[in-house]
Ligand binder design. Structure first.
Ligand code: ZN
Length: 216
């Protein structure tokens, strides 16, 4: 068994510098987790929800996939990894918030745009990113958008589309109707370190300022 040097060094640093400091936290977590938030993020290595939200172990339940997509509810006995995570977070952990966290320069979104130009990417990527096809159709049909604006607009539209798909899950609808769950959309700019939050009233993504957090 060989462990890549970078990972071995990283783990040693964790054990030496981080774990001793967080030992009380890990002790408190050893019997179970009760995160309040589910984050659905892209697998992109540059978009780490724990780093962006300064979260400690136990705070965020995180699902990551290509392009932070949520499939619609499908009860077909197939391999639905994202749906399984959603089910556990909502019915098992009873999270209070679900955040779909998109980001700039998303390769999955680029792949979807490439599919629209008859250049499908990969064997598994293409059908997966076709989940955002309805969002892509909206973006491509907007004559006010220049081609270079389509990528970011599709990053936004895919988040909105996934928020809609979340509501196709019966256990999510039930939690929403009971008032014990909120759904959110967010987008992180890798280039600028800026976080935009989807304002449900305006339907627009607005920068997160210091005054934006709602008291809970
Ligand atoms: Zn991405």
């Amino acid at each position: 068994m060989t462990i890549p040097q970078r990972l071995a060094d990283g783990f040693r640093r964790f054990r030496k510098n981080v774990y001793p400091v967080q030992k009380p936290l890990f002790d408190a977590l050893k019997d179970g987790q009760s995160p309040r938030t589910l984050v659905i993020a892209c697998a992109d290595s540059r978009v780490d929800p724990a780093a962006i939200f300064s979260a400690s172990p136990g705070e965020l339940f995180v699902l990551r996939n290509v392009a932070n997509l949520v499939p619609p509810f499908e009860d077909d006995g197939s391999f639905h990894g994202t749906s399984a995570g959603l089910e556990f977070a909502v019915t098992g952990l009873q999270v209070q918030d679900i955040v779909i966290l998109g980001h700039g320069q998303c390769g999955g979104v680029s792949a979807s745009l490439a599919s629209a130009e008859d250049r499908p990417v990969g064997r598994f990527i293409h059908p997966w990113v076709e989940l955002m096809a309805p969002a892509r159709a909206e973006v491509l049909a907007d004559p006010s958008l220049a081609p270079e604006e389509r990528q970011q607009q599709l990053e936004f539209a895919a988040i909105r589309h996934s928020l809609g798909n979340l509501q196709s899950f019966p256990f999510i609808r039930e939690a929403l109707e009971a008032g014990r769950l909120d759904l959110h959309g967010a987008w992180f700019s890798i280039a600028e370190g800026v976080l935009l939050w989807l304002d449900e009233r305006s339907g627009r993504f607005e920068p997160v300022g210091e005054d934006m957090a709602a008291p809970r």
